[in-house]
Design a protein. Sequence first.
Length: 83
Amino acid sequence: MDFGLSKLNVDESYSSGSFVGTHAYLAPEILQQRSYGKSVDWYNLGVLLYEFLVGVPPYYNDDLDKLYENIQSGPIKFPASMS
């Protein structure tokens, strides 16, 4: 694991504005350049779980602009095989 981008001493009042991460895993707050806290970690856990179950991140698109648009306002789609 690479923890080079990890932040130390993060508590409930912590807020960041840095833009880092893998494109398909960026939370909407990061794309909108808003301050964010631990909620982006919970968002990314959901993205990771979705990818484990489906095989691709939830809003994935080869076109980076479309990917960012999907993350910010696209509906989440579940395969028919999922209950």
